[in-house]
Design a protein around this ligand. Structure first.
Ligand code: SF4
Length: 329
């Protein structure tokens, strides 16, 4: 595995030595980056306040910064005044949400990640083909709610576990398809898909993998460093699906792991006196929080920092045309 050179020499030799191995890729994905830019551009274009339905991405630090810039986060559309614009979050929304915005003549910008929109389009296509969809995902996650809201009620069934896949009863089992949430565990999903295809050999798979590149890459990066780590710190929100999966991946490889939002969440007793600590960050966690955690480690250890460069990412998603400068009135 290629490692980049150590970055900063450390003077505090009295501290115990600690190797900090930072996974790469980590942190912001193209969909999160785009969603945050959409709120910033909407604030520039329309002025404050701009309303945002739900957390634009699952990270308190990001949400607080946008709130300071003039964003107001709400749970539902009826909290948005008629004369203010609203942005829909990166996780996607049921069809009924833009429809309700249109019926009120609200100005809205959809920050749904293009990879989530791709799943929405696939769901619609499968329904047009007369199929019943088995959707692999986590109950209650906004992305799942958004995808279920693309198709008629009763035409899609949630499958959360291998046990669900083994026991689920479907009336029209001959005409099935499956789709998945974008931020699942690659390994868990493979086991569920394997069970479904064994039970329903005719089931139609999505045209391409639904688990997104960012989720897969971050899990692979954790696997690449786990064997060298005594502890793993995953920076991300407790409601961030892809961040939770990173901690699970490390735990399953035998590395005690903690999901933390910020450096202040580090449990020093749990961390103990490790030789090597791995650090990664979920797709909605900004790099500044990684630096904050490394700095906190430096306050107690003589840190040698390495970046394990697993697989560079170059994905960029286009911004909505209506927010681009040459479109502004
Ligand atoms: S984690 Fe994947 S699906 Fe979610 S916003 Fe990022 S790129 Fe899009």
């Amino acid at each position: 595995m290629p490692y980049m050179a150590c970055i900063v020499p450390e003077p505090e030799l009295a501290f115990p030595p600690l190797r900090v191995l930072i996974a790469a890729p980590r942190g912001f994905c193209a969909g999160v980056d785009r969603a945050i830019q959409i709120v910033e551009l909407a604030l520039e274009r329309f002025g404050a306040p701009v309303y945002v339905r739900h957390e634009i991405v699952h990270n308190r630090f990001v949400v607080d910064r946008l709130r300071e810039l003039g964003a107001i986060f709400v749970d539902e559309l009826d909290e948005v005044p008629d004369d203010r614009p609203v942005v829909f979050s990166a996780h996607g929304v049921p069809k009924s949400v833009p429809a309700a915005a249109q019926s009120r003549d609200l100005t809205y910008v959809d920050a749904t990640c293009p990879l989530v929109s791709k799943v929405h389009r696939q769901a619609q296509r499968m329904i047009e083909e007369g199929r019943h969809i088995l959707f692999i995902g986590h109950a209650g996650h906004p992305e799942v709610i958004g995808t279920f809201g693309q198709v008629p009620e009763g035409s899609i069934t949630l499958v959360e576990t291998v046990e669900d896949a083994q026991s689920i009863q479907i009336p029209a089992a001959g005409n099935l398809a499956f789709l998945t949430q974008t931020t699942l565990s690659v390994d868990d999903t493979a086991a569920i898909v394997e069970t479904l295809t064994r039970r329903f050999p005719q089931i139609r798979a999505p045209r391409s993998e639904d688990i997104c590149y960012a989720t897969s890459n971050r899990q692979a990066a954790v696997k690449a460093i786990a064997g060298e780590c005594d502890r793993m710190l995953v920076i991300g929100a407790p409601n961030s699906s892809n961040s939770l999966r990173l901690a699970e991946v490390a735990e399953r490889l035998g590395v005690p792991s903690r999901l933390i939002e910020r450096a202040t969440d580090i449990d020093w007793d749990w961390l103990d006196q490790p030789t090597t600590v791995g650090i990664t960050a979920g797709a909605s966690a900004p790099e500044v929080l990684v630096r904050e955690v490394v700095d906190a480690l430096r306050s107690r250890f003589h840190v040698t920092e390495e970046v394990a460069d697993h697989s560079p990412e170059r994905m960029i998603f286009k911004l909505p045309r209506e927010l681009l400068p040459d479109r502004a009135a």
